[in-house]
Every structure is written in C-alpha cells, then in structure tokens.
Ligand binder design. Structure first.
Ligand code: SF4
Ligand code: SF4
Length: 185
C-alpha cells in the first residue's frame, strides 16, 4: 500500500549482535546522555524556595485597594460586576455612618464583596471598569484548595493590608504598582 507521507520508518529486523544482546553498550549510551545533562543549565528551579519573576502583564489574584490613608476605595457602584463576563463578582452596598469616614473613602461602600475564583477567567475587565482604582489584579495567584467554598474570596481575603498599620505588607501587595507610583513621583 502506498504510504500517505514519507515519515514512516521501516523496522530494523536484523538479529541482535552479541554487544546488543548484553545491553551494556545501550546502558552506557544512556548514562552518557544523563552525564551530558548534569553540566547543562537547569530548566527547573527549586520552588517554593526559588520563584520566577512574573511577567509585567501577569494578571493574578484580585486586591481590593485602599487609599493612602487606609480607607477602602470601593464605593459599591457595581460596575466591575457588570463588566465581568463570568459573573464572578457579587456585592452588597451599605451607607457610611457618621464616624466611619476613616474606614471608607466614599459615602457608599461594599459591606460584602465576593469573587468566585472558580468562575473568574482573570481577564482584568473588572479592573478596567472600576472608576475608583478600587480593584486590581495582583502578581500572585489563588492557592489550591480542597473545597469549592475555599475559592469564594470575601472582603477579608481581598482587602489590601493597611498602608499605615502594615506598610511592608501593603508595599508587597502593590508589587509593581508601588514601584511605578514611586517612579511617577
Ligand atoms: S478578572 Fe474578569 S472574570 Fe475575573 S472577576 Fe474580573 S472581570 Fe470577572
Ligand atoms: S471595585 Fe470599583 S467598580 Fe467595583 S464596585 Fe467597587 S468601586 Fe465600583
């Protein structure tokens, strides 16, 4: 029968020689390949001790942002939820009470804010839709979990650390955004 391509290789059916039958030569050839790779640059790293830097365009886990005073920026306008193609965001709005000005930047805030990370496709449209710079996709990813409910992230999981109470954690959560803001000043 005529082959469709010329890629087929005929099988070598010659009887094995003595050297081939004792396999030592083949084992030696295999060991040489292993030895050659010992001196090559490693393709792997010792994760989690070593970590690769993320690409500047990496879109990871969401962060709910605060302003420089530590007040929550989100005003529960719902634009992020509206923009989300995966319908992953839900929220409940509440009105800021007297004396809560140091907690919430706007008169309306998100009393409940949830993202279902199993639905999210990390497209970044919520970040683009937000008029208050209140949400952004950070340089980290959602850790693995055994239960589906572990992937429903609430406000306590999403809120960035307080810039005054924990400045180091705040800077770390901002990542590249912090460096960019420093360069812009
Ligand atoms: S990144 Fe995209 S899919 Fe995920 S919550 Fe934001 S808009 Fe929705
Ligand atoms: S994160 Fe931004 S877009 Fe979403 S509800 Fe809050 S202020 Fe509105």
């Amino acid at each position: 029968m005529q082959p469709l391509t010329n890629r087929a290789k005929p099988v070598d059916r010659r009887p094995m020689t003595l050297v081939e039958r004792i396999y030592l030569w083949n084992i030696f050839k295999g060991m040489m390949i292993t030895l050659k790779h010992l001196f090559k640059r490693k393709a792997t790293i010792s994760y989690p001790e070593q970590k690769r830097p993320f690409s500047p365009v990496f879109r990871g886990l969401h962060i709910l942002n605060r302003d420089e005073e530590g007040r929550e920026r989100c005003t529960a306008c719902g634009l992020c939820a509206l923009a989300c193609p995966a319908e992953a965001i839900t929220m409940e709005a509440a009105e800021r009470k007297k004396g809560e000005e140091h907690l919430y930047r706007e008169e309306k805030y998100a009393a409940r804010y949830e993202i279902n990370m199993l639905r999210c496709i990390f497209c970044g449209l919520c970040e683009e839709a937000c008029p208050k710079d209140a949400i952004y996709l950070s340089e980290t990813f959602a850790p693995a979990n055994y239960q589906r409910k572990g992937f429903i992230y609430g406000k306590k999981d999403l809120l960035i650390p307080h810039p005054k109470e924990d400045p180091e954690a705040y800077k770390k959560a901002l990542g590249n955004r912090y460096k960019q803001s420093q360069n812009a000043n």
